[in-house]
Design a binder for this molecule. Structure first.
Ligand code: NAI
Length: 462
């Protein structure tokens, strides 16, 4: 008999959720994690700490920009960076300790160390050899490297170093206008840094709805971020006090440079599978380094599954969580399933950006007939009362059946609002179904209903 029914390698959102669900389904489960805390990149050096800093820096922005307009004044506004970092650390600790508690509650063994697969059903960590009927690879991802850029995590940093800077820099150059670049760029711009973002493409947030992407760039420019688009970074050189980024314009081929106290490299992430022994275990990989899986997230080796950032698909914590639950269900003999058509994506800038389903670009490429229902937050009373009326919601529905195909939002709390559409899409709802649903007044959610109304006879407040 094996030591465990399931051993999960990696304790991030994919791995810990998989382990908890497996234990809840009656399987003897262990999770191997060597970081010293559970929660993976997301809880320790990603989603959670960045949200703490986004929250704190947004409060600072509100205090400066909007409080006086509401009749609230403060004599002196200052930022205690050390305290802000301490608050960020408390947020991390509260969350990672919470996972430890959940492991104890659900009787999941946390084995501290780095796991290595020694073949079918066998895992090694340190000098311990363990056997399991099922192994789940949930080892996540790491920042991608860029030729000509050497990371030192103090002056030339990835997102990990950017969340731990010794002081708020006067100048920050961000390489890559993707999710990480814009979220972290926003934090420091709000705290007073001069932030420049260099992006290879001619637009920010690749893959996003084009109108949302343009609006986000315009609003972030208003907040002080400077964008250099269509520019390919070729090298970063460290100087005495900072670093110089050299980049080439893709429009006229001219070489340009920018000096900054800190440079953040945010040009994507890649699967992290180093030291796992995949090659020796005969586990097949995709060309991009992801672990190859079938639709049930099985690798080519019997009893070994893989989930999350280590496999193909969007690198999102909630996609990993869903895959973790699905694999646990499959191992327990139930039917595990992930609906990849309904995975929301959120960018936690201010305003937030959220999307689910197909974009207009996707639908045009597919040649599908569609309707657009658009509603601006300018017509939403609650958003105006909160001085947050920038942005809009765009709902896309099939031209014939009215079935919702996608939704793209930019505006206040849209990271929460998007889930109404996710539920609607899971139920195969039409835009009219949402339009006919009573929404409380005054709420931001009314803007979702108005966008759905705009797919039919028209929004009321437009
Ligand atoms: P990304 O793929 O979102 O953006 C990287 C950007 O860098 C792209 O726009 C790309 O064109 C640009 N780029 C690449 N090479 C370049 C060069 N030589 N010069 C200039 N620009 C260049 O990657 P990012 O922001 O690093 O995020 C990594 C992963 O983490 C993503 O998959 C993202 O979804 C995930 N993530 C998600 C978050 C969320 O859901 N809120 C938060 C943070 C990360």
């Amino acid at each position: 008999m094996a030591d465990y029914d399931v051993i999960v390698i990696g304790g991030g959102p994919g791995g810990y959720v998989c382990a908890i669900r497996a234990a809840q389904l009656g399987l003897k489960t262990a999770c191997i994690e060597g970081r010293g805390a559970l929660g993976g990149t997301c809880l320790n050096v990603g989603c959670i700490p960045s949200k703490a800093l986004l929250h704190a820096s947004h409060q600072h922005h509100e205090l400066q920009a909007n409080f006086p307009k509401m009749g609230i004044s403060a004599k002196e506004i200052s930022v205690d960076w050390k305290q802000m970092l301490a608050y960020k650390q408390q947020t991390i600790d509260a969350n990672t300790k919470g996972i430890e508690f959940l492991f104890k509650k659900n009787k999941v063994d946390w084995i501290q160390g780095w796991g290595r697969i020694n073949g079918q059903g066998q895992v090694r960590t340190g000098d311990k050899s363990l056997t399991a009927d099922n192994i789940v690879i949930a080892t996540g991802s790491e920042s991608s490297q860029l030729a000509g850029v050497t990371i030192d995590e103090s002056t030339i940093v990835t997102s990990t170093g950017a969340l731990e800077l010794k002081k708020i820099p006067q100048t920050l150059t961000v390489i890559g206008a993707g999710v990480i670049g814009l979220e972290i760029g926003s934090v420091y711009a709000r705290l007073g840094s001069e932030v420049s973002v260099i992006e290879y493409l001619d637009h920010v947030t690749p893959g996003m709805d084009a109108e949302i992407s343009k609006t986000l760039q315009r609003l972030l420019t208003r907040q002080g971020l400077k964008f250099k688009l269509s520019s390919a970074v070729e090298s970063v050189t460290r100087g005495k006090s900072g670093a110089q980024v050299k980049f080439r314009s893709r429009k006229d081929d001219s070489e340009q440079s920018l000096d900054a106290e800190i440079v953040l490299l945010a040009t994507g992430r890649q699967p992290f599978t180093e030291g796992l022994g995949l090659e020796e275990a005969g586990i097949a990989l995709e060309a991009g380094g992801q672990v190859k899986t079938d639709a049930a997230l099985r690798t080519n080796v019997e009893g070994i599954y893989a989930i999350g950032d280590a496999v193909a698909g969007p690198m999102l914590a909630h996609k990993a969580e869903d895959e973790g639950m699905a694999v646990a269900e499959t191992i327990a003999g139930h039917s595990g399933h992930v609906n990849y058509n309904v995975i929301p994506a959120v960018i936690y800038t201010h305003p937030e950006v959220a999307s689910v389903g197909q974009t207009e670009q996707d639908l045009k490429a597919e040649g599908r007939g569609y309707k657009v229902g658009k509603f601006s937050f300018m017509g939403n009373g609650r958003a105006k009362a909160a001085m947050s009326a920038d942005g809009f919601i765009k709902l896309l529905a099939d031209a014939e059946s009215d079935r919702i195909l996608g939704c793209h939002m930019i505006g206040p709390s849209v990271g929460e609002l998007i889930h109404e559409i996710c539920v609607a899409m899971e139920f195969g709802a039409s835009a009219e179904d949402v339009a006919l649903t009573c929404h409380a007044h005054p709420t931001l959610s009314e803007a979702v209903r108005e966008a759905a109304l705009a797919c039919g006879d028209g929004a009321i407040h437009a």
